[in-house]
Design a protein around this ligand. Structure first.
Ligand SMILES: *Cc1c(COP(=O)(O)O)cnc(C)c1O
Length: 369
């Protein structure tokens, strides 16, 4: 109707109704702050590698489309992972894009995507964008898997797709292997084990892939030190990977990322040393946090620590006033009440964080409980 058209803005008429109610993904401004909010590796590449990379990138033809199949980069990945040629490999513009592709792939009436709550928010976000129902099974209070509840929900909902982050974000812990195996046995569809923090946990389900053809392992180079390149990947049965590949946009990995990631993978010893330093720092920060009155720190197998205080939002604000940016988890899920998450940085950043935390806590004068 013409009249309705004149009154109702076009975007309200043509956009999917639910989009109008969504919020844009928020990334806080970190200018001038010690940035410990996004699980980035604090270390850059050594000077000589950066210069060499600069020369390589300068010689890269940015006027041409990238290799659509990223064959060279895949060879580098296979070599660095020791993957057989028979394993399927799919690259994404960050694993976020792969989560989106997976949700799109199962998007049909009645389909369910399942994970645990709290876990990585993009599972829920991508399910919503793809109009698939999302079922999040609550973790136990200590953030362990409530395997009985998960199995029950699997039986009820018959999920097309299950995401399990191993270790989990934002809680940092690894779920028990036998409990995950029970889920793999019971799942009627695809299960994706998200190993974004593999470099810090050193445990993997890649070895189980041949036993479980309906399991895919997802990884990313982001937490390892290449967050800016945006590169994630899926490893699994080519029968699955080849179907998912049909949903990938042809040139999703840009040519600079292909070249840069290939180069860094040739020098992966550097990233390995950096990960080892981050692990050493994690132990230091965990011990120091553990000594603070009013701070309960949870076990972590990732490059971050999740901890609980008596007033999470106030502590978060106090740190921000002291130019330290971490992540406020309070409000994200009932189990995360008054929880905060700090990424492990380099020694200086961690000490700055700890000092700012001690200051903040003494200013607030709060103790737990
Ligand atoms: C950070 C993170 C990702 C996303 O990584 P990108 O490759 O940077 O998109 C995926 N899964 C989990 C659990 C994460 O914490």
């Amino acid at each position: 109707m013409e009249q309705t058209n004149r009154k109702t803005p076009a975007r309200v008429r043509v956009l999917r109704e639910e989009i109008l109610g969504w919020r844009t993904y928020q990334v806080p401004d970190s200018t001038g702050m010690v940035k410990l909010d996004a699980m980035e590796n604090p270390f850059g590449l050594p000077e000589e590698l950066r210069l060499e990379l600069g020369r390589l990138l300068a010689a890269t033809a940015i006027n041409r489309y990238p290799d659509a199949g990223a064959a060279k980069l895949k060879d580098h990945l296979r070599a660095s992972l020791g993957l057989p040629v028979s394993a399927g490999l799919l690259l994404g513009n960050g694993s976020d894009e792969l989560i989106q592709i997976l949700c799109q792939a199962v998007s049909q009436p009645g389909a369910v995507v399942m994970s645990v709550d709290p876990s990585f928010v993009m599972y829920r976000v991508c399910a919503a964008v793809s109009r698939v129902d999302y079922v999040g099974v609550p973790l136990r209070e200590d953030f362990s898997l409530d395997v009985g509840a998960v199995l029950e929900r699997i039986e009820q909902c018959r999920p097309a797709l299950i995401f399990l982050a191993y270790p989990n974000n934002p809680t940092g812990n690894l779920f028990a292997i036998d409990e995950i195996l029970a889920i793999l046995e019971a799942a009627p569809g695809l299960v994706v084990i998200d190993e974004a923090y593999h470099a810090f946990a050193n445990r993997s389900f890649i070895g189980h892939l041949s036993e479980y053809p309906n399991v895919i392992v997802m990884r990313t180079l982001s937490k390892l030190g290449l967050a800016g390149l945006r590169l994630g990947y899926l490893i699994g049965d080519p029968a699955w990977i080849d179907e998912l590949d049909k949903l990938r946009l042809p040139y999703n990995i840009n040519v600079l990322s292909q070249v840069a990631a290939g180069f860094v993978l040739e020098h992966s010893d550097v990233l390995g040393e950096q990960a080892a330093e981050i692990l050493a720092q994690r132990a230091i920060v965990r011990d120091e946090l553990g000594l603070l009155d009013g701070v309960l720190v949870y076990p972590s197998d990732a490059n971050f620590l999740t901890f609980r205080v008596s007033d999470g939002p106030s502590v978060f604000d106090g740190l921000r006033e002291r130019a330290v940016l971490i992540k406020n988890l309070h409000g994200a899920h009932p189990l995360l009440a008054n929880c905060l998450r700090v990424t492990i940085g380099c020694s200086g950043e961690n000490q700055t964080f700890l000092k700012a935390l001690v200051d903040t806590l003494s200013r607030l004068g709060g103790t737990l409980g």
